[in-house]
Design a protein around this ligand. Structure first.
Ligand SMILES: Cc1cc2nc3c(=O)[nH]c(=O)nc-3n(C[C@H](O)[C@H](O)[C@H](O)COP(=O)(O)OP(=O)(O)OC[C@H]3O[C@@H](n4cnc5c(N)ncnc54)[C@H](O)[C@@H]3O)c2cc1C
Length: 473
């Protein structure tokens, strides 16, 4: 049973102890933690305009070809119950007859993860001292006062909350090509419009802009829907995500990397990868070994080295770090080998409608001009991380009104580390305003995936419950 309780027809008066803004995976993880930890009848609300909680961008796909890119054993909602997602999958009989160890290594269908969080939310609500409302409205603005925040909602109403958590998640980048704004709505489909992508399937050529995980989602969906025409994947670097691999991890201590410069770290990692291969361990094991240390690695890198990383290394980092399941990689390779999937390293210049088709022009890395005749474009450019380009009205208002400022290197919004607080324009952490997820990318770098979200959600709930206790009469 999906969690889609709507509260638009319920009375919304009264003071909230906590407003959770955004009901994707991150917001729901905060709500579950709050419901579990609350010892008093606190009032919570999740504000989420989408029809289902816990889906957000990543887990809204109903299609079986869209898999988690993290093995099921690592996707628990709870830091202290690592097997919980596996418990859910087994209880739901999602993969009948599959042994737990095998299931733990599996990249399961993404829709299971939303269903899992919805179930854990219902269970937490049933036994909690706190009460949860779900309000099907976007929050457009937050205004601070002495007791917390006045929330301005999409329907023009306002509500007051003593504390708030920003869990607004991922924003999509606009299509980076001149002329895109003049196209018809059907000419450009966002990769995260999972049903819209399928409607493009046919015999004509399509362009997919971006070559990361959303590109993989798009290609798989089109293939499953029977697309037979050419697929032109276009990105500046032309690098595709690399596959996961099983085979263990090398035994080196990632802490040794922390005092090193960027150059020294890269040299050390290459050396570990070479040694791993000698020992029969795939290079992916090296990345898995340092994965839990991602935040420490970022925080210990000097500011200039962080900049060098963003300028010169990030595109290679991304394809090694954000990997795809082996069967997905195999399918992409087969489509490339057949000639249907063609990867182009090019900078896009212009797109325009020409009769029944679109024309897309670009400049190849080698310097030559190139032009594609296509039926439509899929925007698979991924997550927008630049604070100045965030199009979410709430995030714009927070920056304009001084309740937020861009994070380090202009990435996401600045937040306290440790502390999970949103920093105001002057840099001071705001005691009543928490934040988690991708908005913290500049502060933490690793802040997108469930292993980080569950930690942040737990820590935020501890602080919110403590804050509510001290402000009680
Ligand atoms: C395609 C894709 C696949 C991924 N796969 C994995 C994976 O397999 N494993 C993994 O660990 N991570 C994965 N990730 C990382 C993913 O970002 C996180 O796991 C998680 O889904 C992020 O959840 P979120 O709630 O922070 O963001 P989102 O999913 O973006 O949800 C944010 C929610 O906030 C709402 N919202 C936004 N603004 C407002 C507002 N002003 N008022 C009210 N509501 C608002 C939105 O409607 C949305 O529902 C994937 C990411 C993507 C994009």
């Amino acid at each position: 049973m999906a969690y889609n309780r709507r509260m638009t027809d319920s009375p919304r008066n009264g003071e909230l102890d906590l407003a959770i803004i955004g009901g994707g995976a991150a917001g729901v993880l905060v709500a579950i933690q709050m419901l579990r930890q609350a010892q008093a009848p606190l009032t919570l609300a999740i504000f989420e305009p989408a029809s289902q909680l816990a889906q957000g961008i990543a887990y809204a796909t109903p299609w079986p070809e869209h898999l988690l890119n993290v093995p099921a054993a690592k996707m628990s909602a709870f830091p202290d119950q690592p097997g919980d997602f596996l418990d859910y999958l087994q209880a739901a009989n999602a993969y009948p007859g599959e042994a737990r160890e095998v299931l733990g290594e599996r990249y399961v269908c993404r829709h299971y993860f939303a269903a899992y969080l919805q179930q854990r939310l219902r269970e937490a609500e049933a036994t909690s001292a706190a009460r949860l409302q779900v309000i099907a409205q976007p929050v457009l603005a937050l205004h601070a006062d002495d007791h917390g925040y006045q929330l301005q909602l999409g329907d023009g109403t306002t509500l007051h909350a003593a504390q708030a958590v920003i869990a607004t998640g991922n924003s999509m980048r606009p299509l980076p090509v001149d002329g895109a704004d003049a196209l018809l709505a059907d000419d450009v489909v966002e990769a995260w419009d999972y049903d819209g992508v399928r409607t493009l399937a046919g015999g004509h050529a399509l362009a997919i802009v971006g070559s990361g995980l959303s590109m993989a989602d798009t290609v798989l969906a089109l293939a499953a829907a029977g697309h037979s025409g050419p697929l032109h994947v276009i990105s500046r670097h032309g690098l595709l995500p690399l596959p996961h691999a099983h085979g263990g991890q090398p035994a080196f201590d990632p802490q040794e990397l922390l005092p090193m410069t960027l150059r020294q770290r890269l040299r050390a990692l290459r050396q570990h990868a070479r040694q791993a291969q000698v020992d029969g361990i795939p290079w992916q094991g090296v990345m898995d070994r340092i994965r839990p240390h991602g935040q420490a690695l970022w925080l210990s890198l000097g500011e200039a080295d962080q900049r060098r990383f963003l300028r010169h290394v990030v595109r290679y980092w991304d394809v090694h770090r954000h990997r795809i399941a082996e069967p997905v990689a195999q399918q992409l390779q087969a489509l490339q080998a057949s000639g249907q999937l063609r990867v182009h390293r090019a900078r896009l210049q212009r797109v325009w409608r020409d009769g029944d088709a679109l024309q897309l022009s670009g400049r190849e890395a080698g310097g030559g001009n190139v032009q594609w005749t296509i039926g439509a474009v899929v925007n698979a450019t991924g997550v927008e991380t630049r604070a100045s380009a965030l199009r979410n009205p709430l995030l714009q208002q927070l920056q304009v009104d001084g309740l937020a400022r861009p994070g380090p290197h202009g990435l996401g919004l600045d937040s306290s580390v440790p502390g999970d607080r949103l920093c105001a324009a002057g840099g001071q952490p705001q005691a009543r305003l928490g934040v988690l997820g991708s908005l913290r990318i500049g502060s933490l770098w690793e802040s997108l995936a469930v292993p980080e979200l569950r930690q942040q959600a737990q820590a935020l709930a501890v602080q919110v419950v403590a804050g509510a206790a001290t402000s009680m009469p």
